[in-house]
Design a protein around this ligand. Structure first.
Ligand code: XIL
Length: 344
């Protein structure tokens, strides 16, 4: 059914490739192993994938020094056999703290050692296979200026970010190292802070190469596209690559055809913003199909945030992205001039 649908032809990855931008989705090992339609749609439409959960510390190092690479290995193998880039998500995240990590007292030196071991092991294993790592995820506080409270921050101090990036760079000098966050997509207090933080890190010689904007938005309420572009461009002016890393546009239930059309317009606007931004190298949605999205579980009363419905049919949002990637008039950014381009 899907292959016959003219809206998927040419597939998104072909169009994105011609524009010199990556297109991808967050992936989970379960459906990758068990759902052939999931595999087929990913392989056909996407030239990148990112680990939704299986590279997070609590999953990849569930007990201290004991690693479970099964899920991440499966993603890496799938990416390699389908000529896709793989994003690593994420090495340091306050929400990923298993019992062995949070239920004891650490000295600063001990915790730095945990951080260094974790990063050397995980980044080392996927050296040359992960194009970009979200080294630190969501370090900035939402409500008050500055870094949020976390084990890493409270025990090591604010320089835990610098250490994490340096450890990752030592383990894979060619991987692009990203700082990733939400609420920093537009021009606001938090994005100003993120800008100042990354500028200072670069001035200290910290190996940070890119910034990821999550973009978990409500379908009819998100920053204006021109704001997204100017914000991404100021980070590009620092010499950083930018990516939209976790896009989804959740719809308040009941989901209606009108809301799906409005969502489609929003997807089109956001993809056009990414194409217009000077150094935006990829757009990834947080999941492939509404069948497995995190949205209904995490946002009560919302659903249907992605490009493919629960039966893998392309939604109006998919068609809008298809169209946004197809328009070739006035290429603001010539293909090939973004970042290093896809390392395929
Ligand atoms: C989410 C996953 O989608 C869920 O399955 C999991 O239970 C919690 O984490 N920002 C991030 C992602 O950086 O790692 C989060 O992923 C969504 C918000």
């Amino acid at each position: 059914m899907l292959a016959a649908d003219p809206s998927t032809n040419p597939p998104l990855r072909t169009l994105a490739g011609a524009r010199g931008i990556g297109i991808g989705a967050a992936v989970a090992p379960g459906p990758l192993a068990n759902d052939p339609a999931y595999r087929a749609t990913l392989a056909r439409e996407m030239n990148m994938i990112v680990a939704e959960n299986c590279m997070k510390l609590h999953q990849i190092q569930p007990r201290q020094g004991q690693y479970d690479f099964a899920g991440a290995d499966a993603l890496a193998a799938f990416a390699a056999s389908n000529n896709m880039r793989l994003r690593g998500h994420t090495l340091v995240w306050h929400q990923s703290a298993p019992g062995w990590l949070k239920d004891r007292q650490w000295s600063r030196a001990e915790l730095l050692n945990v951080l260094s071991q974790h990063i050397a092991t995980v980044v080392g294993r996927y050296k040359g296979r992960v194009c970009c790592w979200d080294v630190v995820n969501e370090a900035l506080d939402d409500k008050t200026p500055g870094l949020r409270t976390s084990l890493w921050h409270d025990v090591i101090g604010p320089d835990y970010l610098d250490h994490a990036f340096r450890f990752a760079h030592a383990a894979d000098p060619r991987a692009k190292l990203f700082y990733n966050d939400y609420g920093t997509e537009g021009l606001n207090r938090k994005s100003d802070e993120q800008y100042a933080m990354l500028k200072a890190m670069l001035a200290r010689g910290v190996p940070v190469h890119g910034v990821g904007f999550q973009c978990h938005f409500v379908f009819d309420s998100y920053p204006a596209p021109e704001t997204l572009v100017s914000n991404m461009n100021r980070f590009a002016d620092l010499g950083l690559e930018t990516q939209i890393t976790e896009l989804d546009l959740r719809i308040s239930t009941p989901v209606t055809p009108e809301k799906l059309e409005r969502q489609a317009r929003a997807y089109g606007e956001i993809f056009r913003a990414a194409l217009e931004a000077r150094n935006c190298t990829a757009v990834l949605t947080w999941g492939l199909t509404d069948k497995y999205s995190w949205v209904p579980a995490f946002f009560k009363g919302f659903d249907a945030g992605l490009l493919f419905d629960k039966d893998y049919a392309p939604k109006p949002a998919h068609d809008a992205v298809h169209q946004a990637l197809s328009i070739d008039a006035d290429l603001a950014v010539p293909p090939g001039s973004r970042g290093a381009g896809p390392k395929l």
